[in-house]
Design a protein around this ligand. Structure first.
Ligand code: UDP
Length: 414
């Protein structure tokens, strides 16, 4: 659906597309095998879905395998995920055994003979034990590892230390490791339904369908109903700001049916909103990309009042639509927003309320923030930049091969 690399030229210029093709020429026919744990759902699968065809288009022999695992394995990897985020989770001998067995089962059927093996996140991290001599291995981590639960990190690290390079989304997400580390931010696709231009009619009908008055200011937060996204703080900040300004609030999040905590948080939001006709708490299915796009485009101010955050892709999505964004200064958000230049960074409910009021009263300043934010995203967080960074990483790994040839019995040179 992306219409190939040339379709990105209107956003990044024909020169950038040409540069990508030249980089691809340097990597022609290089075999790159990506492995993750899910074909659909989640940001990793979404990025792979879009990047693999572009890598192939520039001449790289990229492919993508999805590992297999049972419920028991995914229960363990969910615990590992939470542990890496800092939650004190016990990792029992049985858990470790389940992880090792699933790793072995996958290794029996997967062929791992490509020049570069690109492993995404912790689930397939143990595959490194089947590394072929001369191949290069990348571990791509999307998780914030700044304060992991030690036992869980120790377990994952045992595998990670054998890779050539680890890739993180933000500098503060990384850990001290005996291998090279690089920073590669995620990206958004300007041609995806979530981000592409929409005609005014589509935007109007989505907004009307939600019962929102298009003639009054709209303050929005798009997020899973998760305490770390602080939706109750958003309601509180809105209520403070609304003492001075007429506005409506829309809190919109994905369907929470499979997440007990999400259901609880959604219920708390509904309770806090009470019967206030200007606070809309809306649940949307995960496929509602055009709706999210329309909501962001119809908003006057967009919030992302997170208390903790990964990269925070919703911020790039909102900035790309030229919207003024007020967001918590956590995770990858400060990479996307320079305070008072390309958005607003806040730390408290009161600070958020203050800036909602300010931006509603200073539309010209708000417009400039949005404009600068869009330009920052255009330069740094579009899919084409992601493609370029991955290709530069592959070239770096080639160089590693040349300069360290013969230094290590396993061909790794370290
Ligand atoms: N999202 C969505 N529907 C929702 C809520 C979120 O499609 O109801 C999308 C959102 O547009 C973004 C992603 O989910 O693309 C969330 O990514 P982010 O990095 O902001 O936060 P995460 O949910 O991964 O913590």
């Amino acid at each position: 659906m992306t219409g190939g690399l040339d379709a990105y030229a209107p956003f990044v210029g024909a020169g950038t597309i040409e540069e990508l093709r030249l980089l691809g020429d340097q990597l022609r026919n290089r075999r790159v095998q990506n492995i993750n744990s899910t074909a659909v759902g989640g940001g990793v699968a979404e990025i792979l879905n879009r990047l693999i065809p572009l890598l192939r288009e520039v001449g790289i022999d990229a492919r993508w395998d999805v590992m297999r695992g049972g419920d028991e394995f995914y229960a363990v990897t969910k615990a590992i995920h939470n542990g890496l985020h800092g939650k004190p989770v016990p990792l029992t001998d049985q858990d470790v055994e389940v992880f090792r067995q699933t790793t072995e089962q996958n290794l029996r059927t997967l062929e791992l003979s490509d020049d570069i093996v690109f492993i995404h996140d912790p689930q397939p991290a143990g595959f490194i034990k089947r590394r072929a001599p001369g191949s290069r291995w990348i571990w791509r981590c999307h998780i914030d590892l700044s304060s992991p639960w030690p036992a869980v990190w120790d377990f994952v690290r045992e595998s990670v230390e054998h890779y050539d390079v680890a890739v993180f989304s933000a500098p503060q997400f990384s850990r001290t490791l005996p291998i090279d580390q690089v920073l590669i931010s995620p990206s958004i696709d300007p041609l995806a339904d979530k981000n592409r231009e929409l005609d005014p009619h589509t935007i109007d009908s989505v907004i009307a369908g939600l019962g929102i008055d298009p003639s009054r200011p709209l303050v929005t937060q798009v997020s899973r109903f998760d305490r770390l996204k602080d939706p109750l703080g958003v309601i509180e900040a809105f209520q403070l700001a609304r003492k001075y300004n007429d506005a409506q609030l829309l809190l919109v999040g994905g369907s929470a049916t499979d997440d007990p905590e999400g259901r609880e948080v959604l219920a708390e939001c509904r309770e806090r909103a009470g019967t206030d006709p200007d606070i809309h708490v809306v649940e949307l299915p995960p496929t509602a990309n055009i709706e999210i796009n329309a909501i962001q485009r119809a908003s006057t101010v967009i919030l992302q009042k997170s208390l903790r955050e990964g990269f925070g892709l919703t911020v790039s999505e909102a900035l790309w639509k030229g919207k003024p964004v007020i967001a918590g200064a956590v995770g990858g958000i400060p990479l996307q927003i320079t305070h008072k230049y390309s958005g607003i960074l806040t730390h408290t409910v009161e600070g958020t309320a203050y800036w909602i009021k300010q931006l509603l009263n200073a539309p010209e300043f708000a417009r400039r923030l949005g404009e600068n934010g869009r330009e920052h995203v255009r330069q740094n967080f579009l899919l084409t930049r992601h493609l370029r960074d991955y290709m530069l990483l592959f070239l770096y790994l080639d160089h590693l091969g040349e300069s360290l040839v013969g230094l290590g019995a396993d061909g790794r040179g370290r």
